[in-house]
Write a protein that binds this ligand. Structure first.
Ligand SMILES: Cc1cc2nc3c(=O)[nH]c(=O)nc-3n(C[C@H](O)[C@H](O)[C@H](O)COP(=O)(O)OP(=O)(O)OC[C@H]3O[C@@H](n4cnc5c(N)ncnc54)[C@H](O)[C@@H]3O)c2cc1C
Length: 399
């Protein structure tokens, strides 16, 4: 049953906190780790996502006919995300939410009716088939081809995708393929809704330096996709992807509360670690670093909150979402580096120290990924230079 959103935000937050405490599955939740380890964990995760939709904690902003709540406001999304992060509960799957965003913005009535309810019930997990070997930042150079079938009923898709998060357990994917090879750059690309069990789709998980396999290579060998699975207009897939990625950047920025949690963990580490026989937290240089990082965290949270507020109110967040994404992901790296510096300069013992240390090592390895996904820091800086500072466009293709 949906949690009441007509109350004040404080009451809503209390209700969300109680809900998360009662329903969140107990699993080893670490940043970036979300692919289930086995079928039992997968069922638990799917039940959890379905419960979040049922309670109106996900999908609240969708059109009411697809289960959205007219009382839903942007701040509800922020509260939900903050409570999930603070409880260290599994977070929503970005690629699935992005697919929902694209379906609502560009899907036909039939596509929305066919797919949105299955996202709500968590029957469908979605992935995002954009990047290719050699094509990431410069996405418009993608080479996966979609050629019309002779009978005009659809397209035959051939190519390779890479870094496809969640592909190993996704039922559906949003695929970008080139439909007009003669068109330049962003023109001539089409977005498709791809069933991941279609003949000719092969998924191979990739193991990362964290030790887990969160994303995959996907090979597309003559995959037939019918016309009713084209998302938006043929040759206009760029509009679909642009809308999806800009919402992703704002969403990443909204996660800034994660930095608070990380800073708390850093202080906890400084308490249990000893440097030259004294707790690290008692040394002035350690305290200085903790204080300056706390100030940076507060600044990033403010900027992210502004971007999230604009996104939620339907105002284009533009450069603010870009700045929030950049600041959040770069400070995330800095916090991890500060923790690992501390660990290497001191001596810790006991279970609390061991758990913190393992978590920080994992987080440091993962933190770089966030500065790449959803637009690398270099690309974001170029976009900020153009959109916020009005600087001339560089020679490279960055949009
Ligand atoms: C955790 C994670 C999850 C991901 N999930 C998905 C997914 O689900 N689906 C999907 O399709 N993709 C996904 N990706 C891929 C991601 O979108 C690409 O990695 C990203 O776009 C960068 O592309 P690339 O890896 O090809 O690097 P490149 O584009 O080759 O860039 C290499 C380096 O060059 C820099 N660079 C490139 N162009 C410029 C320029 N014009 N100016 C200045 N510097 C530049 C980049 O900043 C980077 O440092 C994911 C990536 C990560 C890390």
């Amino acid at each position: 049953m949906s949690i009441d959103k007509t109350t004040d935000v404080g009451s809503f937050r209390s209700a969300v906190r109680a809900f998360v405490t009662e329903h969140a599955p107990r699993s080893d939740v670490r940043d970036g780790l979300r692919v289930p380890a086995d079928p039992t964990e997968e069922q638990g995760l799917r039940r959890w996502y379905a419960a979040l939709f049922d309670a109106g904690l996900l999908g609240g902003g969708w059109p009411p006919r697809w289960g959205g709540d007219p009382a839903h406001r942007a701040e509800h999304d922020t509260v939900v995300m903050e409570e999930l992060i603070r409880a260290r509960a599994p977070r929503p799957l970005d690629q699935t939410l992005l697919a929902a965003h694209c379906l609502i913005a560009f899907g036909t009535e039939e596509q929305q009716a066919g797919f949105l309810p299955r996202i709500r019930s968590a029957e469908h997990v979605w992935c995002q088939l954009f990047s290719e070997p050699g094509v990431g930042s410069d996405l418009a150079a993608l080479t996966t081809r979609a050629e019309p079938l002779a009978d005009g009923s659809g397209f035959r898709v051939t190519g390779q995708k890479v870094w496809t998060t969640d592909a190993q357990w996704a039922q559906m994917g949003v695929l970008l393929a080139r439909t007009d090879p003669s068109a330049r750059l962003q023109a001539g690309i089409t977005a498709f809704l791809l069933p991941m069990d279609a003949p000719g789709v092969e998924v191979r998980p990739l193991r990362e330096m964290t030790g887990s396999a969160e994303f995959c290579e996907v090979f597309l060998d003559g995959v037939e996709v019918s016309n009713d699975l084209v998302l938006g207009a043929v040759d206009d897939g760029w509009s679909v992807v642009s809308s999806g990625l800009s919402s992703e950047r704002g969403y990443v920025g909204a996660n800034a509360v994660q930095l608070d949690v990380m800073h708390d963990d850093l202080v906890a580490l400084a308490r249990v670690l000893e440097i030259d026989g004294r707790p690290a937290i008692e040394w002035d240089d350690v305290r200085d670093r903790l204080a300056s990082l706390a100030a940076e965290v507060a600044a990033v949270r403010t900027s992210a909150a502004r971007a999230t507020g604009r996104l939620g109110s339907g105002t284009p967040s533009g450069a603010e979402a870009l700045v929030a994404k950049l600041a959040y992901t770069e400070l995330n790296v800095e916090l991890c580096q500060a923790a690992v510096d501390l660990i290497s300069s001191g001596r810790g013992t006991g279970d609390t120290f061991a758990a913190l240390r393992d978590n920080w090592f994992h987080s440091l390895l993962w933190s770089r990924a966030l500065t790449i996904s959803g637009g690398s820091s270099e690309i974001i800086r170029s976009l900020v230079a153009q959109q916020l500072l009005g600087l001339p466009r560089s020679w490279a293709r960055t949009s």
